[in-house]
Design a protein around this ligand. Structure first.
Ligand SMILES: [Mn+2]
Length: 207
């Protein structure tokens, strides 16, 4: 992780982000949250094996929390990406398909849906058309984008898509788009401290 790598504060900022991420993991543990959603661009460039090992170690310290990850435009998946052959901790699911895929957790009756980036840009509004079936499960959508070149979104379409919660990444400004339903979140050093994660219900809501 080397944010603002051409700037004199890069090292300090890198440490701050790492510390904030570690604090988020600690908070997830303290609150025993069911899920930690990472809505793309956890890394701002192609993660190396050691980057994956570092975050995977942190995830392994919260085994009671399901961690679900998608790749964004910055950490998009390439043919030689280390992530394609990486063995994650048992509580981590990387939705690494370019197509929409889902993972279901029976114990919390929750299905999480999303897709990963393989290209720098995706101009198609791929999230708008998704709908959660009415099958008694809690459906959560993980999405990355929201500008013209990165999966533009129609808030109204998403709001009526039937998902219990939509966790969005990419726009670097935390925003609740729909109360307890749809949000852009962002990991950044305190005091902003809002992160790409939330619990599945208001009962254990963290952001
Ligand atoms: Mn992005």
């Amino acid at each position: 992780m080397s944010p603002d790598s051409d700037k004199p504060w890069s090292r300090e900022r890198s440490r701050d982000i790492r510390d904030t991420f570690t604090a988020i993991i600690a908070k997830a543990k303290e609150l025993r949250v069911d899920c930690l959603f990472i809505a793309g661009d956890l890394f701002h460039r192609q993660p190396l094996l050691r980057d994956l090992k570092e975050v995977n170690y942190l995830f392994s310290t919260i085994p009671q929390t399901q961690v679900i990850i998608i790749a964004g435009n910055h950490d998009r998946i390439r043919k030689n990406s280390a992530v394609l052959s990486f063995s994650w901790a048992s509580n981590v699911t990387f939705l690494e398909s370019e197509d929409v895929s889902s993972v279901y957790f029976e114990d919390i009756n929750t299905e999480v849906t999303g897709f990963s980036y393989y290209t720098a840009e995706i101009p198609e509004p791929r999230l708008d058309a998704l709908e959660a079936p009415e099958d008694g499960k809690i459906h959560i959508l993980l999405g990355h984008g929201g500008d013209a070149n990165h999966v533009p979104i129609d808030r109204a379409a998403l709001a009526s898509s039937g998902f219990s919660y939509i966790a969005l990444g990419h726009i670097h400004r935390p925003e609740i788009l729909l109360d307890k339903k749809m949000a852009y979140c962002l990991i950044r050093p305190r005091p902003a401290g809002t992160a790409s994660f939330t619990a599945r219900s208001t009962r254990k809501s963290v952001r």
